[in-house]
Design a protein around this ligand. Structure first.
Ligand code: PGA
Length: 266
């Protein structure tokens, strides 16, 4: 794991955008795994800016999102379909036919999950998977105790996650309790992982992910098993790490290489 600790959330977003840009330049047909939530917003704004500056084109890029709520339609203002359209896709030259998000409002969500996993494999797998982390250590909607060998499936959301997301839903509406999410195995199969975390409320989960044991109680700890996982943190999210000085020393030594995309092959 490469641990990058930067001064502010803006630095985190720019660093993440640099990695995405390096990949897209090296491979204009890359398959990008995308995430939702508040953390990636600044990164998406940075990618939009780079597209507007004609530094980047997404015209041949393929995307797969991590997850979607069960039971709400794609045009619901809190669906992840709506989020991606209004936060990123509408502002770049991506072909909508090349974007994939699980369908949470179909009759058979279990079947939809299996088909989604298959679609990822059919496109040759994900080159770079972007991730956030929940306060309970989840990645995607892989909640604590998720199987480390899981693939895309329907997951029940914990009360903690429901509480964290409550602010996005109107008081009177029924908040989703389930989601379709890529599994931990699906995520680990991506060639490169890029997890961003900012803010002090992520510090405990970040410590468990990086310095705790690999365990299902902290699904993000599975990143310890990946060969090319980059974790980019602001000072606050890194504040509980015991080996902070070491990570900063290691970064200085590798600065020359860290934003260069290496073709990781199969
Ligand atoms: P957040 O969510 O970026 O809104 O904090 C991250 C997550 O729950 O995965």
């Amino acid at each position: 794991m490469e641990i990058i600790i930067l001064p502010t959330p803006d630095h985190v977003a720019c660093y993440g955008a640099d990695l995405c840009e390096a990949l897209i330049r090296a491979k204009p047909t890359a398959v990008l795994g995308l995430a939702t939530g508040s953390t990636p917003l600044a990164l998406y704004n940075e990618l939009i800016k780079r597209y507007q500056q004609q530094r980047l084109s997404f015209s041949q890029i393929i995307t797969f999102n991590l997850d979607e709520y069960v039971g709400i339609s794609a045009n619901h203002h809190q669906s992840y379909h709506y989020y991606m359209k209004t936060r990123l896709f509408d502002f770049i030259d991506i072909n909508p036919a090349n974007t994939h998000i699980p369908c949470g409002d179909v009759e058979n969500v279990y079947h939809a999950a299996i088909c989604y996993e298959q679609q990822i494999q059919n496109k040759g797998g994900i080159d770079l998977q972007l991730l956030g982390i929940g306060r309970n250590g989840h990645i995607g909607f892989n909640e604590p105790t998720s199987s480390l060998n899981s693939i895309t499936r329907v997951k029940a959301l914990t009360r903690a996650t429901q509480a964290d997301n409550q602010r996005f839903f109107d008081a009177i509406e029924q908040q989703p309790t389930h989601a379709i999410t890529m599994g931990i195995k699906t995520i680990l199969q991506a060639k490169q992982l890029l997890l961003l975390a900012t803010g002090v409320n992520k510090a405990r989960a970040v410590k468990a992910m990086i310095e705790g044991p690999v365990c299902a109680m902290c699904p993000a700890s599975c990143l310890q098993l990946h060969q090319y996982a980059t974790i980019v943190l602001d000072q606050q999210a890194a504040s509980e790490l015991t080996m902070r000085d070491y990570y900063q020393f290691a970064k200085q030594a590798s600065d020359t290489f860290s934003t260069q995309y290496v073709d990781l092959g199969q």
